[in-house]
Design a protein around this ligand. Structure first.
Ligand code: FAD
Ligand code: NAP
Length: 350
């Protein structure tokens, strides 16, 4: 086996998922060079098996032990591929899958590049960013993805997917819909030197004002986003969580209008690129069912944020899943709206 691969047997996963849930995997391969993937996938225990690609473990829930072999890509290089100029006003930056997402955001800002500032402090890796088309404060990563490099085990080819081939949607992509098809090895981003700042989300402009910023820059917007997130979201190092456990449901405009007529304070937003649909606030619906701060043993809902399922210490994946199902059940009964989990649930179906 290539020296770029380190294989662990009966690997503990508790430190590798931000819920801090105990689970084990039969085999875990840390891969320092994606060129070693073809040989690894022919090795005993890996050949022909469905795989689990693991980044920072901040968007998944383990329900019991993992049966599949696990692969973690560890290379962390960031390179500027082409500078703006020669007809293009964007700089192309390439980052390996193993790079920390937040570190990439800060590195691109330090290079004077704009675009990723609203996505500051999202946990996890670059390799996972395209999987659910990470988004925050009105920006989605798809707006800046130039290409995704991915190894396709079935063909044995390293593919280069342009944004259209990634089929990005709201917290969605071809990678999320076909989780066994690709191993994302690197992502290229096209970043402008200056771009229009997105300050629409409630709280962001106010935060900048409170910081005394009257001419916002990408760097000051990132600082504002970081400050809000540190205040609002539980730190997984202190209280296990995977961020928002539920996606905001996107429903037909007529249903949104009838719900808003019955519940005038329900926040209803336009759904990007889908004029006949509306996005509802899952957090508002969960809160109005009384779940905020609720606790079933060590499984709970964050006191400060109704979308965030938390592990107070010793909750199992099953206990967290049971609570999430009860939350979704009460929203369905009260509003007739189905909530779907945003993280990938391993070991159980939703
Ligand atoms: P993991 O959890 O390790 O994996 C997630 C999924 O991607 C799994 O299905 C996994 O198999 C797959 N995957 C990972 N790497 C690869 C790869 N190289 N190739 C193929 N598949 C792969 N998300 C947002 O969109 N916006 C937010 O604002 C946000 N805020 C968060 C705040 C907190 C406090 C937390 C805990 C989470 C938040 N998240 C948010 C969710 C999460 O951080 C992101 O989805 C992140 O991109 C997950 O990265 P990861 O490396 O931890 O992925
Ligand atoms: P918030 O700003 O209090 O807003 C509540 C909800 O309303 C959000 O879910 C957001 O949808 C929606 N919203 C607010 N203003 C909007 C606008 N102008 N147009 C369209 N939709 C709007 O939310 P928050 O929980 O504090 O999170 C702030 C941002 O960080 C959000 O974008 C959120 O998605 C992101 N975040 C994501 C996670 C995760 O794990 N996925 C965790 C924490 C924060 P959207 O979620 O669709 O943006």
């Amino acid at each position: 086996m290539s020296s770029a691969v380190r294989i662990l047997r009966d690997a503990p996963l508790r430190q590798r998922n931000t819920f801090g849930v105990a689970a084990r995997a039969p085999l875990l391969a840390e891969v320092a060079d994606p060129a070693a993937l073809p040989e690894l996938l022919e090795a005993p225990g890996f050949r022909g098996c469905p795989l689990l690609l693991l980044g920072g473990g901040s968007n998944l829930l383990f329900v019991g032990d993992v049966e599949h072999p696990v692969i973690a890509l560890s290379r962390r290089e960031v390179t500027v591929v082409t500078q703006a100029g020669g007809g293009s006003d964007a700089t192309i930056v390439r980052a390996d899958a193993g790079v920390s997402w937040h570190e990439l955001v800060m590195q691109t800002l330090a290079l004077g590049l704009a675009g990723l500032e609203n996505l500051a402090l999202i946990p996890g890796t670059v390799g996972a960013a395209p999987i659910q088309n990470i988004g925050a404060y009105g920006v989605e990563v798809r707006q800046f993805v130039h290409a995704v490099e991915a190894y396709e085990p079935v063909t044995g080819l390293l593919q280069r997917l342009d944004p259209a081939a990634c089929e990005f949607g709201y917290r969605d992509s071809v990678f999320k819909r076909q989780p066994d098809r690709y191993i994302v090895t690197a992502v290229e981003f096209a970043l402008p030197r200056a771009g229009a700042l997105m300050l629409d989300y409630a709280g962001l402009a106010d935060e900048l004002l409170a910081m005394g910023v009257d001419a916002p820059t990408p760097g000051s917007v990132a600082a504002a986003v970081i400050a809000i997130r540190r205040r609002k979201l539980p730190d997984p190092a202190v209280l296990g969580n995977a961020g928002s456990f539920f996606k905001n449901p996107v429903v037909p405009a007529a249903l949104a209008a009838s719900l808003a007529a019955r519940h005038p304070s329900l926040p209803v937003f336009r759904a990007a690129d889908q004029p006949a649909l509306r996005k509802l606030s899952a957090a508002w619906m969960i809160d109005s069912c009384g779940w905020k701060g609720h606790r079933d043993g060590d499984a709970g809902i964050a006191a400060a944020h109704a979308l965030v399922l938390v592990n107070h210490g010793g909750a199992t994946g099953q206990q967290l899943l049971d609570l999430a199902r009860r939350v979704a059940g009460s929203v369905r009964d009260r509003f007739g709206v189905a909530l779907e989990p945003e993280p990938r649930v391993f070991g159980a179906s939703w």
